[in-house]
Design a protein around this ligand. Structure first.
Ligand code: PEP
Length: 244
């Protein structure tokens, strides 16, 4: 169960969140939990989560180890700050920052090389769904993201299916729509990394997940977890989702 805080919360606000959130999920060991704050709130989040079952992740990274890339953050910097996970290719990065499938591939390789657990986001926009292109888009995004990576290297990979029309809109894919997309992503992972890998791959659903709809989504065997944006900003609401 993963939280994407996007560009919300300072370090102090992150501390306040964990003060309230940790007691709500204490002893909850059914799900792995990861919270991805903005970079500047990562150290405070790591500190707050020390001794708990909650991991901390970044929301992005640069693919080079270091260099003249003003404003960028490397995998090693995330690790040094205490992060263990990283979101890659979120639709907001693709939409607002020009991130392409090839950039996603470079970032995925860098994250895996460094030992981070990558959460690679894929998903179609509304026009693509309405034009019947969902399968083509997901196939292309997976194929390009997984390009030239071995199954052994990809071991930690997590994929998030996030239909773009469902992100922050209050519209959710039906559990069946999500399950169909997950099955397709799984088959692409099988093609790229082998059948066993595909069967074990964890695929999260993201797009307006709320305490009210998480149970129906998680009832689908194809859905292994959730990537939660807006509803993860409030400790009670994210705890309710985690403990659905
Ligand atoms: C997200 O940012 O990955 C997301 C799914 O957002 P929301 O839950 O707000 O739709």
């Amino acid at each position: 169960m993963a939280a994407n805080w996007k560009m919300f919360k300072t370090a102090e606000q992150a501390r306040d969140f964990f003060r309230d959130f940790l007691p709500l999920v204490a002893g909850h060991d059914r799900d792995e939990m990861v919270v991805c704050p903005p970079y500047l709130a990562i150290p405070a989040s790591v500190e707050a989560c020390r001794g708990s079952a909650i991991a901390v992740g970044g929301q992005n990274l640069h693919w080079e180890k270091e260099g003249a890339f003003t404003g960028e953050i490397s995998a090693a910097m995330l690790l040094a700050a205490g992060a263990s996970h990283v979101i890659i290719g979120h639709s907001e990065r693709r939409q607002f920052f020009g991130e392409t499938d090839d950039v996603v591939n470079l970032k995925l390789k860098a994250a895996l090389e460094a030992g981070l657990t990558p959460i690679v986001c894929v998903g179609e926009v509304l026009e693509e769904r309405e034009a019947g292109l969902t399968e083509d888009v997901l196939r292309r995004q997976c194929l390009r993201a997984f390009h030239a990576i071995s199954g052994k290297k990809a071991a930690k990979l997590i994929v998030a299916y996030e239909p773009v029309w469902a992100i922050g809109t209050g519209k959710t894919a039906t559990p069946q729509m999500a399950a169909d997309a997950h099955a397709l992503i799984r088959s692409e992972a099988e093609k790229a990394f082998g059948e066993e890998f595909g069967q074990q791959l964890r695929i999260l659903y993201g797009g307006s997940v709320k305490p009210e709809n998480v149970k129906a989504l998680m009832a689908e065997s194809e859905i292994d977890g959730a990537l939660v944006g807006g509803a993860s900003l409030d400790p009670k609401s994210f705890a309710a989702i985690v403990k659905y």
